[in-house]
Design a protein around this ligand. Structure first.
Ligand code: FMN
Length: 183
C-alpha cells in the first residue's frame, strides 16, 4: 500500500477479532518505534509489550481511571497493547539551558514513534488505536515503570472486526490548517 493510501484509509480501530498478534509482528512494530528520529537523538522512550492474559488484565485495569472513566470501554477484547513510556531525554546541554527542561521535545518524539508504530502495524495488516488516558500509578505498579518515566500513550493492536462500521475520517480542511509562507 502506498503512503498516501495508507494516510487516507487508516482509522482508529475500536472493535477487534478474537485473534492473537504474533510476537514477530509486535517486535516489528516496536522496531519502527525504536528507529524513529528524536531531538538530539535522545530516544526518550521505553516500550512495554503486553500480550499475556495476566498482563492484559492489568492493562485493562490501568486503562480505567479512579473516577470510573475510561477512554477504552472496549479494552477487554484487545489482543495486545504496547505502552509507550517517556523517559529522561539526554539532550545537548544548550537545549536544556534554553528551554529550562530536558523534556522539551520528548512528548513529540514519543508521538512520532507512536505514529511510525501504527503505520508499521497497518503495513502488517494490523489495526490500532492510540489510547492517551491511563492511571499512571497503576501502570507503575503493574509494569515496573520507574518514577522518572511515565506512560504517554498505549497502542491497542489487533485485527479489526470487519463487521464493525467504518467511521468517516473527520479532519479540518487543508486551507484551515496550512498556509504557504504565512499563517
Ligand atoms: C494522543 C492520542 C490519544 C488518544 N486517546 C484515545 C482514547 O483514549 N480512546 C480512543 O478511543 N481513542 C483515542 N485516540 C484516537 C483519536 O480519537 C483518533 O485518532 C481521532 O478521533 C481521529 O480518528 P482516526 O484515528 O480514526 O482518524 C487518541 C489519539 C491520540 C493521538
Amino acid at each position: 500500500m502506498d503512503f498516501q493510501t495508507m494516510m487516507q484509509t487508516r482509522r482508529s480501530c475500536r472493535a477487534y477479532l478474537d485473534k492473537s498478534v504474533s510476537r514477530e509482528d509486535l517486535m516489528k512494530i516496536v522496531e519502527a518505534g525504536r528507529l524513529t528520529p528524536s531531538a538530539c537523538n535522545s530516544q526518550p522512550w521505553h516500550f512495554i509489550v503486553v500480550d499475556s492474559p495476566e498482563g492484559k488484565e492489568k492493562m485493562c485495569d490501568a486503562l480505567l481511571l479512579e473516577n470510573g472513566r475510561t477512554g477504552c470501554p472496549w479494552r477487554s477484547q484487545v489482543p495486545a497493547f504496547i505502552a509507550l513510556c517517556e523517559v529522561e531525554a539526554n539532550v545537548i546541554p544548550f537545549v536544556k539551558e534554553y528551554y529550562g527542561t530536558k523534556q522539551r521535545f520528548a512528548p513529540g518524539d514519543v508521538g512520532a514513534a507512536c505514529m511510525n508504530m501504527c503505520h508499521q502495524a497497518m503495513e502488517l495488516g494490523l489495526d490500532t488505536c492510540i489510547l492517551g488516558v491511563t492511571w499512571q500509578q497503576k501502570m507503575r505498579e503493574y509494569f515496573g515503570i520507574p518514577e522518572d518515566a511515565q506512560v504517554r500513550m498505549v497502542i491497542a493492536v489487533g485485527y479489526a472486526d470487519p463487521a464493525a462500521p467504518v467511521q468517516n475520517k473527520v479532519r479540518k480542511p487543508l486551507e484551515e490548517v496550512c498556509g504557504f509562507n504565512r499563517w
